[in-house]
Design a protein around this ligand. Sequence first.
Ligand code: SF4
Ligand code: SF4
Length: 386
Amino acid sequence: MKARSPALELTDVILEVGGAGLLACMQCGTCTAVCPWPRVSGFNPRYLLRQAALGLEGYEQEDLWRCVTCRTCVTRCPRGVDLIDVMRAGRAVMLEAGTAPPTYRGPLASLRSDGNPWGGDRAQRGGWAAGLALPAFTPAHDYLWFTCCTQAYDPRNRKVARALAEVLRQAGVSFGVLDEEGSCCGDQARKMGAEEVYAGLRAANLDLFRGHGVARVIVSSPHCLQAFNGDYATEVPVHALHYAQLLAGLLREGQLHLTREVAARVTYHDPCYLGRHAGEYEAPREVLRAVPGLELVEMRHSRETSLCCGGGGGGLFLEVPLEERLAILRVQEAQATGASIIATACPYCTAMLEDAVKVQGLEGAIEVKDLAELCALSLSSAAEQP
Ligand code: SF4
Ligand code: SF4
C-alpha cells in the first residue's frame, strides 16, 4: 500500500480535531484582512486553510509556525472557523514529522524535564521571591498565587512578580504560593502542537490543585488564565482570576489604596489572552485610572482590535527577522500616542515589547511597565519599588 503524503495525513488530522470548522471555510479572506501578520510579511491564513482543506503540498511551510494565536480572526470569521485549532493540529503533525523550528527544541525539552520552557532548575522556581517570605499555600488561604514560569525565571519579569507580591500584601490579600511544586500551565506547548507535553503539564498541575485543596487561583499570566479556566476547566473545579481583575475588585472595595502620584502619559497594550481570549478589557484600565497623576491614552488599535506583541502560540521561541516583528509595530503605535510608558499585564508582552524598545534604541524615550509595577510605585509606603 502506498504511503500517504504528510499533507494528506495532515488534512485528516485537522478534520478529526476541528473538521467541521475547516470544511465550513468559504475562503472569504476576512481572516487574512484582520490578521496582524500581513502588515509585515506574506503570511496568509486564508491560503493556509485552503491548503489544509485540500491537502496540498506546501502546507508544511514555515508560515504554519507564524500564527501567534491572537484570536483576531476567530472573532471575525463569518463561518465560525477556529483557526487556532487548525494551526494546532497542523503543528502537531509537523512536530511528529520532525519539521518544527529548531528553536522549539530547547523549550520543549525543558518543559518535559523541568516543567518550564526556560531551562530553569525546578528547585529554583521560587528563587524570584527570595527574601519576601511568602507563605506556602494552605486551604486556609483564599487564593493560591500561581506564578508564571516567565515571571519565575526571566530576570525582567521577576521584578514584576516582586512588585505584585508587595501590592497583594499591602491590600491584605490572603494568598500562598507553591512555586517548586508547580509546572508550566502548558498553554505554549499546546499551541505549539506538543499535545503530549501539554497533557503531562496539565496532569501535574491538576494533581497539585487537588492535593492541596485549591479552589481559587490568582494568575500572573493571561496564558495561565486561559489554560486553567479554558483548557483545564472540564477536569478541575478551580476558578482562576488574573491579577488585574483582582486588583480592580480590591480598588472598588476600598482594600487597595494607590496614593502616590505617577505623573506620566501611559498607553495600555491589551494582551491577546486577557482581551480577545478572556474578554477582559476594562479591569486593567480601571486599575490604571486609579493611579493618581497617570494619564491613560489609547493606541489606534486597542481592546478588541489590539495588535498582538508576537509572543503567543510559541512566538516567544521563534526567530523572526527584525523587519517582521509585531512588537516593533506595537511600540511604534504606542509612540504615536505621545506616551512615555507602555503598560501591559502579561509576562510575554513585557518581554516582547521590551525587546522591541531595545532593538529600536528607544530606551529613555519609552519604557514598558507591568500594571503591578505601576501600582507598586503608587503605594503609600512602597517597600518594593520596581
Ligand atoms: S474568515 Fe473564516 S471563512 Fe473566511 S477565509 Fe478565513 S477561515 Fe475561511
Ligand atoms: S490567530 Fe491571529 S495570528 Fe493566527 S491566523 Fe488568526 S489573526 Fe493571524
